[in-house]
Design a protein around this ligand. Sequence first.
Ligand code: ATP
Length: 367
Amino acid sequence: MTQLNAVEIRSVSKFFGFGEYAVAAVNETSLAIRQNEFFTLLGPSGCGKTTLLRLIAGFEFPTHGEILLDGENIAAMPPFKRPINTVFQNYALFPHMTVGENIAFGLQMLGRPKAEVAERVAAMLKLVRMEALANRRTSEISGGQQQRVALARALAPRPKVLLLDEPLSALDYKLRKEMQIELKRLQAETGITFIFVTHDQEEALTMSDRIAVLSAGKVLQVGAPRDIYDAPADRFVADFIGETNFLEGRVIAFSGQHADVHLKAGGQIRAAVPSDFTPDGDVTVVLRPEHAGFCAPEEASGSGGIRGALTNIIYSGTDTHYHVRLSDGATSFTIRQQNKPNQSIGLAVGDEVGIAFAPNAARVLRG
Ligand code: ATP
């Protein structure tokens, strides 16, 4: 028997306002989120992530479409009856209550017996490693600790689905990294489906089983982090996830899985093509900066004849970014190389360079 999806969003639209002032915050969106999945909604500010979460939680109603939980339409179910909890960006803890009281609150509202509440609170304190601070007021603990309490409170009633709306954005970089690992652990240990909202692509890639990339209320691509990174569906996804070089060109030969593309910036490149690709002239080729390297300019013809002049070198600790102006004088291209101890690549701004790239690194974009 196939397992039911934890949450299914079927052709859902949400409009705010009326007539010519209507905004489509979510526009004909369909998604199937699996049981026990760490699923991330990723996109820039205003793309509809929070609205989608609020629709699942029941704080908003869809203008069109339906939302299913474990295969059942939940349109008529009020938010407090849904087995869904939310962790908000600002945590929304009760400052006058202790850590333990905050965690107990939801269970008490549900009318659970005292002994069960005490047992669940103890289990949650242990889960988020906050036993020592159980009697401290939440106004007297750090931001990272507040985050843990908010998670414990949301997990305490054993929801089927936990919604997390940019829960790490208030934390500093190091703490955010720590909490990313912590969240993954909590999800694995509890087996609860997590739907996580972020605009931070690195966070999404690190944490998710699958990611949906959204733009202007629409889902552009759904897939595992590696699939989305390696094979972005379109220009927006390629640009939004990681760094990318875009090279315009014209297909001069096509062999089913690859196309040879003559680049406007000079040179030629062999690039993988999307599954239903039909070669019809102008295309955009994408190439990640870490998949490109240098060769001597005179050797460049062997790797397609792509060459240019170094315009900038930016050191960033683990890596160095090299910016190259290609031989058309207009296209810029970035190469990223990992830094190694006591090893300089021996290049300077102004040097003429050839660009080499790994086989199968370049891809033709769809559309
Ligand atoms: P952010 O990352 O900035 O929180 P988001 O991706 O979560 O953004 P939403 O908050 O879902 O985006 O908003 C999507 C669109 O819907 C935006 O254009 C926003 O201005 C609009 N919108 C959201 N809520 C309302 C509302 N209550 N009334 C009118 N417009 C709204």
